[in-house]
Design a protein around this ligand. Sequence first.
Ligand code: ATP
Ligand code: MG
Length: 306
Amino acid sequence: MERIKQALEKARTERLQAGGTLVMSDTAGNPAPAADRIVYTQTRTEEVPLHFLREMRVLTGLDSGKFAESYKILRTQVLQRLREKHWNTLAVISPVAGEGKTLTAINLAISLAREVDYTVLLVDANLRSPSIHTYFGINPEFGLSDYLTGDVPISQLLVHPAGIGSFVILPGGKPLEQSSEMLNSPKMVRLVEELKSRYNSRIVLFDLPPLLSAADAIAFSPYVDAALLVVEEGRATTHEIEHTTELLIQNTQLIGTVLNKSRTKIRAKENQSSRSTDTASAGGFFEAIGKRFRAWTSRRPERTDG
Ligand SMILES: Nc1ncnc2c1ncn2[C@@H]1O[C@H](COP(=O)(O)OP(=O)(O)OP(=O)(O)O)[C@@H](O)[C@H]1O
Ligand SMILES: [Mg+2]
């Protein structure tokens, strides 16, 4: 009996050392309510002022309105597709720089971590130019690049922004010139496998570099279950978007697109229902995910004026 207790305790400690989650139970053995389930031990908790998050357009507990609403819709659609296929790793990709991958990945991750009984790990895999930490105003000494090039254990790299549900960040670390080799390295591939298979209740999002700017993103994409394409309205050319799509389809499953920073009202038909979103006041965001993707890349979406 004592040996079983010791083995359980050892397993529990190992989970925690891996930066994992611990399901607490009450004295009767019933699982604790979802909000209490995540215990961060080695994962560092960082306080981030609410006003800073708002300034950076990062969703916070107090968010409401169309901006937050768009991410909830996106979350629902992403989650539906992940669940259907039993997938739990998703890369956030765009054709060119600055289209909003990082902000989309952050807000999707927070949305997922808030509403569902999942731990969400957001990995800054833009190793050439890591930036997730800047959205939280934190400056971690080490990150993924230090794990890949050195011996810093993952459990010591994880950061939990205080007050944001079961959400954990793996920061990028020191910028790396040779980032495509690193993202493709056996160590990185093993890490993805480990993150994927170790916890059923974990979703892992990867923030990647722009797909057309270097070999990183496309080299990495086969290792994740699926990719979400973020396209800023009017930034990449139709050819660039089509080329990106082709590359993604050849390398992973494309589960949908986000049309970001849209300044116009757009009507989308998804699952036979239609919906229009005025995005101008929210700083511009609209998600158009799933089946519409092909039509969208070859033809501008229908717009409604005023
Ligand atoms: N929906 C949005 N509404 C308003 N501003 C946005 C939106 N999405 C992103 N931005 C802003 O656009 C800029 C670029 O966003 P972000 O860093 O997410 O892009 P990125 O695609 O990750 O860039 P990079 O390719 O350099 O990694 C940031 O200043 C961000 O705040
Ligand atoms: Mg980015």
